[in-house]
Design a protein around this ligand. Structure first.
Ligand code: 0O2
Length: 207
């Protein structure tokens, strides 16, 4: 009996992961098509790179526990929006909104939530546009909607966020206040550089 229960829950987990992988594939294909379209028309692509990941079972359970949600498959689907995540890296700030608008115009995608940490950066200096998108997955006998978290940011924003994330997780000690201030200053310098690069691109009529 134990064996059957174990197989049953392993299969449910496998099916859930398959759904999130399919959701990522669907949205990545849409992004690839938009990128190819620009390339073919001779315009610079608003997309520099696309990364994706499925949250590991350990971090899924950690997040459910931290937020006080039940630990079950249904609870994961209902309460977490970032089991499947895609990160889109753009050359310029304006490209971020171009990509977001292009996706939001596609009528099989539903925008569940939008957080603009570029217009409203986090107090620590974090900048990115976050979208939670719902995409339908067509299975043999039913259609299952799946939520995917999209983080869209410039190369410069990605540089800061990746290093800040590493520093935060690798450091054994609590980050002292003067170090947080230094990191915030770096984020602000990077944001100014992003603006300046965009101005230059416009002057050269590349954007
Ligand atoms: P990981 O390891 O990247 O997966 P929600 O996830 O929507 O329920 P929240 O926190 O309101 O909850 O979502 P939000 O603000 O949209 O941020 C979620 C993700 O954005 C994080 O996922 C990070 O990837 C990224 N992020 C948010 N703030 C920061 C920040 O200050 N620095 C960096 N480097 N990344 C940030 P996770 O699950 O926290 O982590």
């Amino acid at each position: 009996h134990d064996e059957e229960l174990l197989i049953e829950s392993a299969m449910q987990m496998q099916q859930m992961m398959m759904l999130y992988e399919s959701g990522i594939r669907e949205i990545k294909t849409k992004l690839d098509i938009l990128s190819d379209e620009s390339r073919i028309s001779g315009k610079p692509s608003p997309i520099d790179a696309i990364k994706s990941r499925i949250k590991s079972p350990r971090s899924i359970i950690g997040k459910l526990k931290r937020r006080g949600f039940p630990i079950s498959l249904q609870s994961m689907i209902d309460n977490l929006n970032d089991i499947g995540g895609i990160r889109v890296i753009c050359p310029f700030i304006e490209d971020i909104y171009t990509v977001a608008d292009m996706l939001m115009r596609q009528d099989d995608l539903t925008l569940i939530e939008k957080k603009d940490y570029i217009a409203n950066p986090k107090p620590n200096g974090y900048r990115s546009l976050h979208l939670i998108l719902e995409v339908p997955i067509f299975l043999a006998e039913r259609t299952q909607p799946v939520r995917i978290e999209l983080q869209i940011r410039t190369m410069a924003m990605d540089f800061w966020a990746s290093l800040e994330h590493q520093l935060r997780y690798k450091s054994d000690v609590e980050i002292p206040e003067h170090v947080s201030d230094d990191l915030k200053k770096c984020a602000d310098v990077i944001a100014e550089t992003d603006q300046e690069m965009q101005r230059i691109a416009k002057e050269l009529k590349v954007l």
